[in-house]
Design a protein around this ligand. Structure first.
Ligand SMILES: CC(C)(COP(=O)(O)OP(=O)(O)OC[C@H]1O[C@@H](n2cnc3c(N)ncnc32)[C@H](O)[C@@H]1OP(=O)(O)O)[C@@H](O)C(=O)NCCC(=O)NCCS
Length: 189
């Protein structure tokens, strides 16, 4: 994601990755990725309302100026709930999802959240791998959670967001990200 050759043997790239807060002007790009990523995508109206709702944090990932991913969460009291996360198909498996999640978790901690909750389909191996790597543990299976298919959801929780163990784990993941990409991603509010 940077303009230097990565030390870890990953492919060199001239791209730079920016993670920034999303606004309503990002809705068309967010909707396009949402449509392409989920079997029952949220409608543009539902996404618009969610982005505008107080207490939600939406981020987009920009690669060389193009929106390639987004994530959204709600923060209430000492808990955060990641409601949505997606990366466009062409940019997957290149650290964008990790960068978005690291930024969401950093912001959740800044708001004082002690735990983070999310759900994903039991068949979603990519999501399972990403969240496990970040330290989420499986809390319970929610039977038939996805109404259109009847598929079960995994509810996963990251406890101790403000504690030293989680902080060290997330710092190590960020360091590994930088090693693999030859530099850091940029974050702006
Ligand atoms: C899930 C998703 C957001 C991951 O984004 P990404 O940018 O591809 O993820 P990253 O490249 O940062 O990968 C992070 C980790 O996720 C796991 N992972 C990612 N893609 C994977 C795949 N296809 N199979 C297995 N594990 C995978 C790996 O553990 C990876 O860590 P590693 O690179 O050290 O092996 C992306 O696949 C996506 O948008 N999927 C469609 C929408 C979706 O399912 N969203 C989640 C809903 S809860």
């Amino acid at each position: 994601m940077t303009n230097s050759t990565p030390a870890g043997g990953s492919k060199p790239t001239t791209a730079t990755l920016l993670i920034r807060s999303a606004g309503l002007s990002d809705l068309p790009e967010i909707c396009a990725i949402e449509q392409a990523s989920f079997p029952t995508p949220w409608s543009p109206r539902a996404l618009r309302e969610d982005i505008a709702r107080e207490g939600t944090v939406y981020l987009v990932a920009e690669l060389n100026g193009a929106t390639v991913g987004y994530g959204g969460m709600w923060v209430y009291a000492d808990e955060a709930h990641v409601g949505t996360l997606a990366v466009c198909a062409e940019s997957r498996k290149d650290g964008v999802g990790t960068a978005l999640m690291l930024s969401l978790l950093r912001r959740a901690a800044a708001y004082g959240a002690k735990m983070v909750v999310l759900e994903y389909r039991v068949s979603n191996t990519a999501a399972a791998g990403l969240y496990k790597k970040l330290g989420f543990g499986v809390n319970r299976i929610r039977k038939g959670y996805y109404q259109e298919s009847g598929e079960d959801a995994v509810e996963a929780i990251l406890f101790g967001l403000l504690g030293p163990e989680v902080r060290e784990r997330l710092d190590a993941i960020k360091t590994d990200w930088e090693r693999r990409h030859g530099g850091s991603f940029t974050e702006t509010e």
